[in-house]
Design a protein around this ligand. Structure first.
Ligand SMILES: [Zn+2]
Length: 295
């Protein structure tokens, strides 16, 4: 049994040796008498992800889907961003799965992202469908309150896709998420619909993904921050930082380091306030979201 000791919260700030958390942001522990780590990293070590097992589970699941002779094996949540494009590449080229690509256009996808959707689906010869929604009110509310819109926006998107899955009886939704649900890539949603986070199995680094994208008719829209489709993210990060002094991406980026998907140096630069042109504010205003007015 390895010894794990909680480090009492003192005046001195202790940093996690794995991720970027410190004793101000998370409880810290001394692991096996040497490494100082935060509670999140400790849990990750306690319940390690078995990527071989996860891949086996996903492969078996997809084998079953492929046998069913449906027109579409699954829905792919498709934003035209780098991760969903890589997920489509894997589905078609590596896994021989026939997806129906579904884009939830909440009114704030970059024009270039829509163009990427169009070019990429054409390249792979797969069907693509857009569902239009308007998240203006939601973005106004969360950003003016100094909150991060991302988590809720993403679950609202997922809800739309889930509803579409129900209506069309396509019971599997694949996404380009890179972090699994705990130790599995597949989660049961309501009404017997399953969600599969495809990229959580293949552990592709940012470089691996760009290597794949290089060969495809995909252009980086350069929107600031890590996003390659959303117009709201970079301004939302900036507004949040003004109020709170840190990035709302902090926890997610710590998880990326923890699972070896990003090194610490890259993570630190990813946490800086993103650079983007003022045209983004103009574009948002044109679409109904005037962030300058919210100040
Ligand atoms: Zn940590």
């Amino acid at each position: 049994m390895q010894s794990i000791k909680k480090i009492p919260n003192g005046k001195e700030i202790v940093e996690c040796e794995i991720c970027l958390h410190n004793s101000k942001t998370r409880p810290m522990f001394k692991h096996a008498g040497k490494k100082i780590i935060c509670i999140e990293c400790m849990n990750a070590l306690k319940f390690p992800r078995n990527f071989e097992e996860m891949e086996k589970e996903v492969t078996e699941y997809l084998d079953e889907l492929r046998i069913k002779n449906n027109k579409y094996n699954c829905i792919l949540g498709f934003s035209g961003g780098k991760d969903s494009v890589v997920a489509l590449y894997l589905l078609v080229n590596k896994l021989r799965i026939r997806p129906l690509c579904v884009t939830i256009d909440n009114g704030y996808l970059a024009e270039e992202a829509i163009l990427n959707c169009k070019n990429i689906t054409k390249h792979f010869g797969v069907d693509w469908l857009v569902i239009n929604k308007d998240f203006t009110k939601f973005f106004k509310e969360t950003i003016s309150k100094g909150e991060s819109p991302c988590r809720i926006c993403s679950s609202m998107n997922m809800h739309e896709i889930w509803q579409f899955a129900r209506q069309t009886n396509i019971n599997t939704i694949v996404t380009g998420h890179e972090l699994p649900f705990g130790t599995t890539a597949i989660r049961e949603m309501k009404k017997n619909i399953k969600m599969l986070r495809l990229l959580s199995v293949y552990q592709l680094t940012e470089e691996d993904r760009y290597e794949i994208l290089k060969e495809l008719p995909w252009k980086n829209p350069e929107l600031g921050g890590y996003t390659t489709n959303c117009l709201v993210l970079a301004p939302a990060l900036r507004e949040f930082r003004k109020k709170h002094g840190f990035s709302f991406e902090f926890d997610r980026i710590c998880a990326m380091i923890r699972y070896g998907l990003m090194d610490k140096e890259k993570a630190k630069s990813a946490l800086k306030c993103p650079e983007f042109s003022d045209d983004v504010y103009e574009e948002l205003k044109k679409r109904g979201l005037n962030l300058k007015e919210l100040e």
